[in-house]
Design a protein around this ligand. Structure first.
Ligand SMILES: Nc1ncnc2c1ncn2[C@@H]1O[C@H](COP(=O)(O)OP(=O)(O)OP(=O)(O)O)[C@@H](O)[C@H]1O
Ligand SMILES: CC(C)(CO)[C@@H](O)C(=O)[O-]
Ligand code: BAL
Length: 293
C-alpha cells in the first residue's frame, strides 16, 4: 500500500507542504469521511484522484455532530479496510486524527452556526447536527488546505442538505476551496449506500428498498410531466413493515423549501429535489432524487 496514514495536524501540514513543493502540485482534492468506507466513498475518492494532482482523505468520527451517545458509540470503525479502499482509489494521504488531536481543549467554544437552512429536515430531527458537522468541516478544510493553486473538496449528494450547507459556508466565509458534488452510489437493488446499512437485518433491508422505489416513482412522473402525486409515494413508504417515516417532501434544490408545484393535480414542470428520511428498525436512513422535466 502506498497510502500514508497521518494522525496529527502538524504531520498533515508538513506533508502537504513537502509534497506540494517537491512535486510542484497544481491541485489537491480532499474527501472528508467518517470512515467505514464503501463504494460511495470510493466514488468520491476516485474523482478526487482523477481530477487533482494529489488526493487526500480524512477519517474522523466527529462527536460534535452526534445526538444520541449510542449512535456515536456504535458507529462502525474499520480503519485497515478504509486505508485499503482509499489506496486502491488513488488517495495518497489519509488523515485519521484522534478526538483529542481535533479538539485538544475539549468541546470547542467557538463553532460554526449553520443558520436557518439547518433548522429543517435533518436539522429538525437531529438538533445541533449541522452546527457540529460544519464546525468539523471548517476545521478539516483548513487543515487539509494544500499550498497549491486549486483546492477541491468532494461531498456526496446523498447528504443533500449537508452539501447545500457546506457550499453556503464556503460562500459566506470566502473559503478558498471548490466544492464538488458527487452523485449517489446505490446497491444493485437501489438502496443508497450508507455506512449504517450494515445494521439492517435482511427483512429491514428489504423494507428499506421502498425509499428508493418511491423516489424512482417521482423521478419517472416528473420526467413524464405527470402530477407527482406525492401522497401515493408516501403511502408506498408507509406500507413497508418496520418503516417509520420522518419526512418525505419535494423541495426547491437551492432553498430546500417545499415546492408549490408538488400539488396533486398539476403536471410537474421544472426542477425539484425529493428528500426522504425514515427509521428502519434501528437505523435512520436518508435518500433523495433530483426531479426534472
Ligand atoms: N451512497 C453514497 N453515494 C455518494 N456519496 C456518499 C454515499 N454515502 C456517503 N457518501 C458521502 O461520503 C461522505 C462521507 O459520508 P459518511 O462517512 O457519513 O458516510 P455515510 O455512508 O453517509 O455514513 P452514514 O450515512 O452512516 O453516516 C459524505 O460526503 C457523504 O455524502
Ligand atoms: C462531512 C463529514 C465527514 C463531517 O464529519 C460527515 O458529516 C460526513 O461523513 O458526511
Ligand atoms: N453522512 C452524515 C453524517 C452523519 O450521519 O452524522
Amino acid at each position: 500500500m502506498g497510502i500514508e496514514l497521518i494522525t496529527t495536524t502538524e504531520g498533515l501540514r508538513t506533508r502537504l507542504a513537502e509534497l506540494s513543493q517537491a512535486e510542484r502540485l497544481r491541485s489537491a482534492g480532499f474527501v472528508p469521511t467518517m470512515g467505514a468506507l464503501h463504494s460511495g466513498h470510493a466514488a468520491l475518492a476516485r474523482r478526487a484522484a482523477e481530477e487533482n494532482d494529489l488526493a487526500l482523505a480524512s477519517i474522523f468520527v466527529n462527536p460534535l455532530q452526534f445526538g444520541e451517545a449510542v449512535d456515536l458509540e456504535r458507529y462502525p470503525r474499520t480503519l485497515d479496510a478504509d486505508l485499503e479502499l482509499l489506496d486502491a482509489a488513488g488517495v495518497r494521504l489519509a488523515f485519521a486524527p484522534s478526538v483529542e488531536e481535533m479538539y485538544p481543549y475539549g468541546e470547542p467554544g467557538v463553532r460554526v452556526t449553520a443558520g436557518p437552512l439547518a433548522a429543517k429536515w435533518e436539522g429538525a430531527s437531529r438538533p445541533g447536527h449541522f452546527d457540529g458537522a460544519l464546525t468539523v468541516v471548517a476545521k478539516l478544510l483548513h487543515l487539509a488546505h494544500a499550498p497549491v493553486p486549486v483546492n477541491r473538496a468532494y461531498f456526496g449528494q446523498k447528504d443533500a442538505q449537508q452539501l447545500t450547507l457546506v457550499q453556503q459556508m464556503v460562500d459566506d466565509l470566502n473559503l478558498d476551496v471548490q466544492i464538488v458534488p458527487v452523485p449517489i452510489v446505490r446497491d444493485a437493488d437501489g438502496l443508497a449506500l450508507s455506512s449504517r446499512n450494515r445494521f439492517l437485518s435482511e427483512a429491514e433491508r428489504e423494507s428499506a428498498l421502498v425509499l428508493s422505489r418511491a423516489l424512482r416513482l417521482l423521478e419517472e412522473r416528473a420526467a413524464a410531466h405527470e402530477p407527482l402525486d406525492l401522497d401515493s409515494a408516501v403511502a408506498l413508504v408507509q406500507s413497508a413493515p418496520g418503516v417509520e417515516l420522518d419526512y418525505f417532501e419535494v423541495v426547491d434544490p437551492r432553498t430546500l423549501e417545499p415546492l408549490a408545484e408538488n400539488c396533486e393535480f398539476t403536471p410537474f414542470r421544472g426542477e425539484g429535489l425529493a428528500i426522504v428520511a425514515a427509521k428502519v428498525g434501528p437505523v435512520r436512513l436518508i435518500d433523495n432524487a433530483v426531479l426534472s422535466s
